[in-house]
Each structure stands twice: as structure tokens, then as C-alpha cells.
Design a protein around this ligand. Sequence first.
Ligand SMILES: [Zn+2]
Ligand SMILES: [Zn+2]
Length: 261
Amino acid sequence: MEITLLGVHNLESANTRLVSILVDGVVAIDAGCITSALTFKEQQKLEAILLTHRHFDHIRDLATLGLGNVLSNIPWGTKKLYSLASVFEALGSHIMNGVMYPDLTRLPSPEAPSFKTVLLEPYILKTVSGYKVLPVLVNHGVPTVGYEITDGDGKSFFFSADTTKGLSGAWEYISSPQFLIIETTFPNSMMDSAIAVGHLTPALLKDELISFKEVKGYLPPTIVVHINPLYEEKIGKEIQQVSQDLDAEIQLGFEGMKLVI
Ligand SMILES: [Zn+2]
Ligand SMILES: [Zn+2]
């Protein structure tokens, strides 16, 4: 399985992209940059998009992806969107509502639309394009799921989505992933506001990783995403310290980073 981190930040600029993770070119997790980071050919290849929650930075590029299909001279075929009911409700009422953007679950035609929505139940395994997908609830103020993705060889990784402390509640549900991809949005000095708005700092991440090791007996390489670029240097130094303290491989992700398992 080849995992590409298309975007690893929570703010967009010429040098930073919003969160999206690509699995073998066919499944994407979150839609922060699935049009801005992919060619039309690559967009066309996508079969399914798993959405973690309804916040704009995670669903944004669905609109532009779906319109690409509507306007293409060779229609791309219907892509499946997998998520919680609250995500589809927000998309339907606020974005693809015929005011902000067309309803791409009915266009270019109701028989062959750009998107078909598939509802996920937390903790219930779903097969998506040949991968086993386990959605696990995390703490983020709005309904949010992290995902463990397992390929046909039994190799897996876990993505936390946006979350604050209490991620340890997920460990008993997931298997033994080869990688963890976990958000760390703010530096340690902003711990109170991080918790208030549902995010992690390096010190909070450390607690979650300690609990992972207690439950699982090992600590896989961990990649940090959803980084606030304004504090990236500080977060990077603090992550380095956590890595030393835990004697574990923990590093900041970057746009275009590839993980092969
Ligand atoms: Zn969020
Ligand atoms: Zn976010």
C-alpha cells in the first residue's frame, strides 16, 4: 500500500495544503486538496473519498472534483463518498445546494451523478475499493471519525482525523497498524486553546502515544499532520523532544510525503 500525504496543514498558502491522504491513487481520505494537488487524470482515477467530519477544510475540494466530472468530455464515473450523516447533511444543505454549488449527487444526471453517498456507522467495518475501512469516533466538537485502513495483505495504518485528547479510546478498536498519522495543530504553549477547539499539541500527542504503547505493546512510526504552518517550527522542535522522550520515530509530515507498507 502506498500512502501519499497530499496536504498536511490546517491553512492553505502557496507552500501549504489542507489535509488529504491518498491511498494507492484510488481512495482519498478527506478533501482538503484533492483537486489542488491532483492532475485531472489523477482526479479521474479516484474511486472513493472517505470524509472524517464536516469542517470546510476537510470537504472543500469535493465541489471542484465533482464539477470536473460534470464538465469533462469523458465522464469520470460516479465516485463514492463515505462518511457520517452530519457530513452529508452539511454538504447537501450548505455547499451542493443549488445556491453555492450544484447538487453533484444528481448531476451530470441522476442515473450517473458525480457522487453517491454511503453512510458509515462508527466501529462497523466497511469494504471500500478492496480495503477494509474501520471508522472510529474521536473527540472534536462535531461528529468526527478517524479511520484504520487495511489492505488485502493485512497491512494497515490509522489516521486520527482532527481530534483532541481521548484518542486513546480508539486503540481498543483498531488492530496493529504499521503507521499512525495523527494531528498536532498547536504548540505546547497553546494547550488550553487546543483542547477548547478540539486539537492536539505535542505534549498531548505524547500522552496518546504512551497509551497506545500500553495497550498495544509497541509504537509504530508516527507522522504528524494538520499542522498550523504559523507555528510549524515550534511544533517541529517539540515533536523532536517527544520523539526522544519516547525513543520513537515521530516526524512532521510534508506535502507529497510517501509511506509504503
Ligand atoms: Zn475540524
Ligand atoms: Zn481541520
